[in-house]
Design a protein around this ligand. Sequence first.
Ligand SMILES: Cc1cc2nc3c(=O)[nH]c(=O)nc-3n(C[C@H](O)[C@H](O)[C@H](O)COP(=O)(O)OP(=O)(O)OC[C@H]3O[C@@H](n4cnc5c(N)ncnc54)[C@H](O)[C@@H]3O)c2cc1C
Length: 266
Amino acid sequence: MLASTGGQILAGGTDFYPALGERLPQGNVVDITSIAEIRGITSQPNHIRIGGLTTWTDLIHSPLPPSFDALKEAAREVGSVQIQNRGTVAGNLCNASPAADGVPPLLALDAEVELVSTAGKRQIPLGRFLTGNRKTLRVADEILTGILVPRRVESAASAFLKLGARRYLVISISMVAAVLQKDASGCVAEAHVSVGSCSATARRLIRLEKDLIGLRANAEIAETIRPEHLSPLSPIDDIRATGEYRLGASLTLVRRAIETCMGRAR
Ligand SMILES: Cc1cc2nc3c(=O)[nH]c(=O)nc-3n(C[C@H](O)[C@H](O)[C@H](O)COP(=O)(O)OP(=O)(O)OC[C@H]3O[C@@H](n4cnc5c(N)ncnc54)[C@H](O)[C@@H]3O)c2cc1C
């Protein structure tokens, strides 16, 4: 249908309808919510697959390894329970808002997205799929059928922290996801840190990730995180916060997320 007549994909509708405002949809709307085959989470030998129609509530109730704690924490912060019941993880990624709460945890997990159309199937790292504010590499007739998370660091500790102007039903001013793996001697073997709402798309803090490797995983580690580590971010001033405030808040959130991981890491 998408290939022959075209149309806009509708999943949970929690971004789709608010974006229309008072207008009616123009052209065809292709409601994909009955494609049961792409709903749910499965464990495969090399990755964990989150189907393209998996809702935030499905995710919250799925038994998943510790590296997914951050994604589950993000899921619990998406809107409200009603929104989590309808909204899908894939819809969050395809909508490509800079403030999409699902993006930082999935970026920190090195997730890839699977896109299917009548022309075939392709897999793209999430960091490349998101090209800007509301922009992705998805072409009009492609469905995001799955999110693939490599199992390589599944036993790592993870954490997600979100700052908004109030506790619930709030668009993020900044949010941070961290995944941290310790080695047998108690040092950081691997660290992945990403920040959202502070650039057109969420960004990984690659230099920080490198600087953390080899450090003893204890409370002092957070003090090694400096403002320069946030250089990949380019936050703007808007109605929710100034860019300067976002940077300061992000530094605190990054430190706290790393500390939280440290407390959880085995
Ligand atoms: C009151 C309220 C509060 C909210 N709070 C938050 C929040 O705190 N944090 C947050 O991140 N978001 C929030 N949102 C936004 C929204 O709920 C999420 O982004 C949700 O995950 C979107 O999923 P959906 O299935 O509803 O997408 P839809 O609205 O159905 O679709 C969104 C976009 O993605 C496309 N699309 C959807 N699924 C696919 C697919 N499988 N393949 C290809 N294209 C697809 C659609 O065509 C559309 O362009 C909120 C929304 C509301 C209304």
